[in-house]
Structures are given as C-alpha cells and as structure tokens.
Ligand binder design. Sequence first.
Ligand code: PGA
Length: 222
Amino acid sequence: MKPLIIANWKMNPSTAKEAKELFNKAKDTGAIICAPFVYLSELKSDNLCAQNCYWEASGPYTGEISPDMLKDLGVVYVIIGHSERRVHFKETDEMINKKLKTSLAADLTPILCIGEKKGENAEEIIERQLEQDLNGITEKDTKKIVIAYEPVWAIGTGDFCQASKAKESLEFIKRKFDNKVLYGGSVNSKISKDYIDAGFDGLLVGGASLKADEFIKITQNV
Ligand code: PGA
C-alpha cells in the first residue's frame, strides 16, 4: 500500500499567499497537508488535516475549533496529542482522550502522536500513553486511528531516531494494535525510505515539509 505521508506545517507560513504557493507545489504528491486552521478553508483539497481541535462540539469556548467545524470544511484528518501541544499547552492524556472521542464522533480520522522524551523508556511511555489516550474508545473506533510514533527528542532537532531503533517501538505498538503507524522526527529525503522499509505505514514530516523541493523528494523516495 502507498505510504501515508503527512506534511505538518505547524505555525507556518506567515501569509495565505505563501501557504497557497506551498500547497500548489506539494498537492500533486498525494500527501496529506496539515495546515494552520486559518488556511484550511482556502486550500481546496480532499487531503487536508488540522493540527488540533477542541473536545466539545460547540459552546462558550473562546478561541477553540470543534471537530464538526473541521468536518464541515472538508477536512479529513486531525492531529491529536502532538508533543508540542503536550509540552507547551499542557495537554494531558485525559484531554487527548476526549479530543479523540469527539473527533471520531465527527467522522474525522485522528492521527494520535505518542513518544518518549530524552532519557525516558520508549515502551513504558508508549504503553502508558496508548492506555490513557484510548481509554473507553471501542475496538472498532480504535482501528480508525492512525498512530504516529514521534520520539520527542527527535522532533525538530535533526537528531532523527534511526529506523532500526524506531522499528523496535513500531513492533511494540503493532503487537498491541493493528493500526497504521507513522514515524515522525527530523525526517528528510535521505532517510525517508528507511522507515518504510522498516515497516512503518508512513511519515509525519514537520520542518522538511516547508521546503517544497525537499518534501517532494521525501514523497518520491519512499
Ligand atoms: P520535524 O517535525 O520533522 O520537524 O522533526 C515532526 C513533527 O513535529 O511532526
């Protein structure tokens, strides 16, 4: 099956004009584009992903965006529990669990990010995060979730987790869940294929997705 490649633009680029230019260069790759909320309605595609959402369907939650609003825009995927949200915005596994449930109810496909920080035991963290994040979600719904294994120390640092090492976490996850599993953390075009060869179902690409030529190479090399 074709690898699932997700471009996580994070809080970039700074203008809608640049976003459209980047999108036009990347769209033919077939990758899923995970753009900031404000650009999602401008980018016409069946391959759109949001970077976050709230866990209520509507109501007095100033500044928040619901999964139903994303669905209405034609968005298909939503990242939940990215480590930047866990660290900078103090998102807990309980909050992530609620976001997963509301996203599934809105018929979005969640991309659940998990992974250890430097010095932590990968299997212990993966086990705990999966248990808490998926708490109370039916087996049928759990199967719909894409899991992204992203060692926190590898994100945005250039210090990627070697595919042979990441494979240990992949196998640990696959022993528990038969879901699609992506690798994320400093992916570039020289190493992108290694993860697919190691058995990952795709990649979550951050920094390199902002450089159109490099991103296209990543998608071509897998
Ligand atoms: P990176 O980001 O590729 O810049 O390490 C990955 C991510 O945050 O999903």
